[in-house]
Design a protein around this ligand. Structure first.
Ligand code: ADE
Length: 424
């Protein structure tokens, strides 16, 4: 790679590049939809002359998205959307094997994290990709001089879409952002099967605990919570759901889970997993009731769901008793175990969602970015949906890649569905 490209990066260790490339190619094997899109982009060059800044988890799956955008002609700068999820070998390979600017180091502190976001923005992007809204937030607070040239962007996750919607409601968002999270092919699969599997992958790597026979308390029954609950049930746990929404709570009950308040659940749970998107879901009043050796993990986007500050203040900390496992000994001798410092556990203590499911999310991202190149000028500032055709195309390609087929409507069925005259 040319030294000018390499110079515009900040990564931990360039010597990890060869290992990173192997792992990126391994992920690629499970991302056939993205590979097809990359082949087309290589020919059609939809991003020629387009600059994109991306703030995403620096994983092998994201690397394949970056390769796809680069193959389509984009100039890219990638920074991390979470300090713990950065895979240093992936970052090294992106820079030294694929010539993509990366600003990311695993476990970087808060200042470094924002320095990297700013560095990724220094290319003066036309489009942005965000995962949690930190990059868009930085643009609208400290980098406002870049706003006039920004045409639009994509947001990957539920939390980010919620923040963007609030910005839009307050008239603060100055360009169109597309809620990729809200496509069926994203949240029905990534949030559910991805979060479900990778959360337990992380809990196993961190603790090697047996789940069978345990009581697993899942806070939040959105798509992520559903996925976590399903996997816990499949592993032989008794699953308890806590919710604030009666409809979701009812759904959980009818799926056979026990539903109760966290106050009650705190007393009986062995493993607690927060996936609500809200703060202080596990706090003093719960810690005070928990059993000795209770495990706590957060799979929500930000590290706000478990009140770690309380644990730090009131517990004696034994750091890293295992990989990404800290122990807090409370005054009465009970030991509470916190995984990945209360940060997104699946990316902090494991590798995030498997590539096969990220294939869907990142195919959505790639096709939405291509669509935005043409359509952004017609969109008002605010939060927009991904066109249904993109969602359906991604579903069809993935289904085909997995060997599934759908039926076609007969002409009579087509007519029936499009008419109102026919009764029973
Ligand atoms: N979010 C969840 N899992 C991920 C992964 N493997 N790569 C990028 N972002 C993710």
């Amino acid at each position: 790679m040319s030294s000018s490209t390499i110079n515009k990066s900040e990564i931990a260790n360039p010597e990890l590049a060869a290992q990173g490339k192997k792992r990126i190619e391994w992920a690629e094997r499970s991302m056939p939809v993205l590979a097809q899109i990359r082949d087309r982009f290589t020919l059609e060059q939809p991003f020629k002359g387009v600059r994109i800044s991306a703030c995403m988890h620096v994983t092998t799956e994201t690397a394949n998205l970056m390769r796809t955008l680069a193959a389509g002609g984009a100039e890219l700068a990638l920074c991390a959307s979470n300090p713990l999820s950065t895979q240093d070998d992936t970052a090294a390979a992106l820079v030294h094997e694929y010539g993509i600017s990366v600003f990311a180091k695993n476990a970087i502190d808060r200042d470094g994290y924002y320095r990297h976001i700013n560095a990724a923005l220094d290319i003066a992007p036309h489009f942005v990709f965000d995962d949690g809204c930190d990059l868009v937030n930085t643009l609208h607070t400290t980098r406002r001089e870049l706003l006039p040239t920004i045409l639009g962007g994509c947001e990957e996750t539920t939390t980010g879409v919620i923040r963007l919607t609030q910005m839009s409601r307050d008239g603060a968002l100055t360009f169109p952002m597309v809620a990729v999270n809200d496509t069926d092919t994203k949240h029905m699969f990534d949030n559910r099967y991805g979060t479900g599997q990778s959360t337990f992958d992380a809990i196993f790597r961190a603790t090697n605990t047996l789940v069978a026979g345990k009581i697993v308390v899942v806070a939040g029954f959105g798509y992520c919570g559903r996925g976590v609950a399903e996997r816990a049930k499949g592993l032989g746990a008794e699953v308890v759901i806590t919710e604030i929404d009666p409809t979701k709570a009812l759904d959980a009950m009818m799926q056979g889970y026990r539903v109760m308040t966290m106050h009650e659940a705190a007393r009986i749970g062995d493993i607690f997993i927060t996936v609500t998107g809200n703060r202080d879901v596990l706090r003093a009043e719960h810690f005070e009731r928990m059993k000795d050796n209770a495990i706590m993990a957060n799979s929500g986007h930000f590290d706000i769901e478990i009140d770690v500050a309380w644990l730090e203040k009131h517990g004696r900390k034994n750091s890293k008793i295992r990989h990404q496992t800290d122990e807090y000994v409370l005054q009465d001798g009970r030991r509470l175990l916190l995984l990945a410092e209360g940060r997104l556990v699946n990316l902090g203590a494991a590798e995030g969602h498997p590539a096969a499911v990220m294939d869907l999310s990142f195919a959505d991202q790639a096709l939405t970015a291509e669509w935005l190149v043409h359509e952004a000028k017609n969109l008002k500032p605010g939060v927009h949906e991904v066109p249904t055709e993109i969602d359906k195309e991604v579903a069809a390609l993935k289904l085909k890649s997995m060997g599934g087929e759908v039926d076609q409507l007969t002409p009579e069925q087509e007519l029936y569905l499009n008419s109102w005259e026919h009764g029973s």
